[in-house]
Design a protein around this ligand. Sequence first.
Ligand code: ATP
Ligand code: MG
Length: 328
Amino acid sequence: MTGVKRGARSFAGSADQPAIVVEGLSKRFERRTAFEDVSFEVGRGEVFGFLGPNGAGKTTIVRTLGTLLAPSTGWATVAGVPLLPENGVVIRERISIMPESPGLYLRLTVSENLECFAGLYQLDDVTQRVARALRAVNLLDRAGDLCSALSKGLRQRVALARALLNEPEVLFLDEPTSGLDPVASREVHGLITSLRERGVTIFLTTHRLDEAERLCDRVAILNTTLRLIGRPDELREKLFRQSLEVRTREPLADAARLFEGRAAVEGWRELSPGVYALAVSNHDLAAPDVVRALVAAGVDVLSIAESRHSLEDVYLELIDEDVEARRR
Ligand SMILES: Nc1ncnc2c1ncn2[C@@H]1O[C@H](COP(=O)(O)OP(=O)(O)OP(=O)(O)O)[C@@H](O)[C@H]1O
Ligand SMILES: [Mg+2]
């Protein structure tokens, strides 16, 4: 990154360290725990996704790592700098946060907004910086437009430009595509990919599992505590055994009798009427045995296929477990 005024001379070795290290971090508000005992690392240049339902603690983690809130317990380093009150300024020079809502001055133009924020952040070389940020998000031609006249997607892009003003090493994006249509979301995805190509570490929170799957090198699933962390394909493997999806013309009258006790079938559930997911230890043994049993019972089988789980399945399975655990 060029032209960034770095105050962190005593943390000069940061390029060799992970972008973020979090160890046993918790944040409690008076009676409510936002997140508890969270530990993970994010590598330099990685796109790291944080998934979780409403109230899971995602924004609070972003605000904590972004030095806007003090953690209750635990420790962390952000952009190579220990997360301590005395390092707040140094960390903020190296990172940026794009919050859930763009927070722009609607009566100012796009470039006036960016100049204003560059001034607040006490950045040098404001004109050049604003131009670089606008170019990065393809907004140079809208620089003179009032922010009130921009669509939601364009405002989101201005917010991203604002987050790029200090040319951060680590960029926190809190639900960057929330409320955007597929075309605007795709544009934001493209911008994230191009930032990653420039070596920026990206910490992204999202509800959108397709987005996490498409963009993220690794994802963490949070629901106050960290439930799972890994590459999207690893998570699918970790959580699911092999499975078969069976579709029948009519819903089965006695699915339990047909599926239970079959060779290599470890469990089953009905996904919707006439659609069944079977957990199996061996496809080659299970599939013929299940087909024989169904045909012998006079069932019309529409299809039987190896099913591939999406990150959404992983997520829903985990969140279901949480709901069940709370009921116990
Ligand atoms: N300033 C605060 N004071 C008290 N409680 C708070 C505060 N900020 C967050 N919380 C609580 O912490 C928990 C986590 O909230 P947070 O905003 O981090 O969730 P989130 O995962 O970002 O949710 P969403 O997906 O809805 O954005 C919630 O129960 C919330 O009410
Ligand atoms: Mg949030």
